[in-house]
Design a protein around this ligand. Structure first.
Ligand SMILES: Cc1ccc2cc(C(N)=O)cc(O)c2n1
Length: 324
């Protein structure tokens, strides 16, 4: 009946908006209890009218029965690793190398900088705005299909938002666990005599490798997008930061600490500032990622062997990890 379908559509919209407000805008408008009540109402509607239970429904985040094993996925665009810089001189050398190759003044060059989350990289493929595949990085060329586990992460949209949804987009980002979620998980594990994780990165990796997605659904996993790997359809982006803005409008969280700075001075100041904020963050970072912002310049610089010439990771010394 039409009224039921309209109610279901309204509930979809309200639940998707609530996720967007909570995870992308970091500005929740409804309480968890209100969210759960809307979800329960949709679940009961779908129980009465199974045709309403579409794959992109917020009720369909926890997958079907556990899989036997993970399918292998070959990435259409390899997931490259980053060259490292360990001090200011190496950062300065990166900026100089880029400026020389582009034959421009390094001090006017724009760099997009963000924290390097210490989680695990995944690739998400959306066709006509629907999440169709999610895979781990693996060796950079082939990874594991962990779609069912990624669907359980509420900061990963099942359906893209807005009115300029591309026919195809592949989004890269980091799956990670916050300290708060990690401590709670380990407390529960100790109480139940389950395996205790050494650090949030291992906990996130272990959770994504679960064949039973209801286990992943019970883990406090989060996602932060950092790159558009493929895009078909309208694309008027001139810079990497344009892509990151577009990812937010499509419904993805990007780093709130993102900044576009100019030249060697801007890059070094960003890395020092982030280094001072590091111990106060509720998640682990192992560095900063510095990228030439202009897409034209990125294309001109290309890649060397495995890592892009247009990006570098500035690394911090390992933190004294409190082995809980
Ligand atoms: C190109 C590239 C590769 C790995 C990355 C990894 C991270 C990260 N771990 O946060 C962020 C980025 O912007 C990255 N960008």
């Amino acid at each position: 009946p039409q009224a039921v379908r309209e109610r279901a559509d309204t509930l979809h919209q309200q639940l998707d908006d609530a996720n967007y407000q909570y995870y992308v805008e970091d500005d929740p408008r409804i309480t968890d209890a209100e969210y759960d009540a809307l979800l329960r109402e949709l679940q009961s509607l779908e129980a009465e009218h199974p045709e309403l239970k579409t794959p992109d429904s917020p009720t369909q985040r926890v997958g079907a029965a556990p899989a036997e094993r993970f399918e292998e996925v070959t990435h259409a665009v390899p997931m490259l690793s980053l060259d490292n810089a360990f001090d200011d001189a190496e950062l300065a050398a990166f900026v100089k190398r880029v400026a020389d190759k582009l034959e421009c003044d390094g001090d006017t060059l724009a760099f997009c900088c963000e924290p390097k989350l210490d989680g695990l990289a995944v690739a998400l493929v959306y066709e006509n705005g629907r999440l169709v595949q999610g895979a781990t990085r693996g060796d950079g060329r082939t990874g594991e299909d962990v779609t069912l586990n990624l669907r359980t992460i509420r900061s990963i949209p099942l359906k893209l938002r807005g009115d300029s949804i591309p026919p195809l987009i592949e989004v890269r980002g980091e799956v990670y666990m916050r300290h708060s979620g990690f401590e709670a998980l380990n407390d529960r594990a100790r109480e139940n005599g389950d395996k205790v994780f050494a650090n949030p990165r291992n906990a996130a990796a272990g959770s994504l490798r679960q064949l039973d997605s209801s286990i992943a659904a019970a883990r406090p996993l989060e996602f932060c997008a950092y790159q558009v790997a493929r895009l078909e359809g309208e694309d008027d982006a001139h810079s990497h930061s344009d892509y990151l803005k577009r990812l937010r409008t499509l419904g993805f969280r990007t780093s709130p600490l993102l900044d576009v700075v100019k030249g060697e001075r801007g890059v070094i100041d960003f890395c020092h500032r982030l280094g001072e904020q590091r111990n106060g963050l509720d998640y682990d970072i192992d560095g900063a990622v510095i990228k030439v912002d202009s897409l034209r310049d990125q294309r001109e610089l290309g890649f060397v062997s495995r890592a892009p010439r247009w990006a570098i990771a500035y690394k911090y010394p390992a933190q004294e990890q409190t082995t809980t």
